[in-house]
Every structure is written in C-alpha cells, then in structure tokens.
Design a protein around this ligand. Structure first.
Ligand code: T46
Length: 140
C-alpha cells in the first residue's frame, strides 16, 4: 500500500491500471485498503453550498475517494485541524476513529465513494462537537 502522511491527512494511493481504452482502479480490502471492507457507500448530487458530516466515529475506519469532481474534508482530532482536498480517483483519504469530519465545497459532479471497515451503526457516531471533545479529553 502506498500512503502519504501530512499531519492528520493520510492518503492511500491507488495504482492506475488504465490503458488506451480508458482508466481503471482496483480496490481490495486488506491489500491497498488497510482494513477489510464491510461497507461501501457513496455521496453524490450534493446541492451547491451544502456541507455534510459534522460528526466523529468512535471506532470506524474509512477511506474516502472522490471518484468524480472534488470536495474538501476538514479533519479534527480534538487537538489540531487540517483540511484535505479530495479531487483524484487515484487516492483516498484515510479517516481513523475519533476524528471529527466535515465535508464542504462539493463540486456539482462530485461522487464521493467511501469504504468502511464496519457495517452502519448509529451508536458509533458522535454527532455533537462538545461530546466529541469530552471523549477525546477523557482518553488523555
Ligand atoms: C462519514 C461521512 C464521510 C445509513 O443508513 N447507512 C450508511 O451506511 C450511512 C453512511 C448513512 N446512513 C443514513 C444515516 C442518515 O440517516 O443515511 C443518512 C445520511 O447519513 P449522514 O447524515 O451521516 O451523512 P454524512 O454525509 O453527514 O456522513 C457520511 C457518513 O454517515 C459518515 O460515516 O464519515 O459521510
């Protein structure tokens, strides 16, 4: 797995397997994604100017890939914040547990594909920023 780390922003790079016919990327859980993939979802047709996210997960691990268009992801571990621009189908943003995330500036053609290591579980979400900081500070 190729990866790049810039503080909170951790990228997973995918090998381009395209040829003269067009592009292809292969994603395999546990190989070029650092966990077994149990769930896939995608976000698309976002209205212009909307933001999403505004929550953290207690344990969920995810990789988010903008397979069309672009968006921005703000990450916050309770101590520092960083913003990543997702604009390439050749790299995914690794989002570990206990990371507050907000998605902004979806382009009209944005398709954000997300691979997750767990099935959907609302009890894993922390949807209040104050609640998130309480958990972070309790873990210190
Ligand atoms: C995340 C960011 C990047 C389900 O029923 N199953 C699912 O797998 C998901 C992801 C969502 N839902 C339901 C829960 C809500 O009623 O779909 C509705 C929209 O979900 P939410 O408001 O959480 O969507 P976002 O875009 O704010 O957040 C999503 C993921 O939920 C979250 O895990 O990290 O994308």
């Amino acid at each position: 797995m190729n990866s790049g780390i810039d503080g909170l922003v951790r990228w997973v790079d995918f090998a381009p397997l395209g040829d003269e016919r067009g592009e292809l990327v292969s994603i395999e859980g546990g190989r070029n994604i650092p966990f077994p993939v149990r769930r896939v979802y995608y976000i698309y047709s976002c209205r212009q100017g909307v933001s999403r996210g505004f929550h953290a997960h207690r344990a969920l691990r995810q990789v988010a890939i903008c397979i069309s268009g672009s968006c921005k992801m703000l990450l916050d571990n309770g101590r520092e914040r960083a913003e990543a621009t997702l604009d390439s189908p050749l790299r995914g943003l690794l989002i570990e547990g206990m990371m507050w995330r907000e998605m902004h500036e979806f382009s009209p053609n944005c398709v954000l594909l997300v691979l997750a290591d767990q099935h959907y579980d609302e009890s894993d979400y922390i949807r209040s920023y104050e609640g998130f900081l309480e958990v972070v500070n309790a873990e210190k």
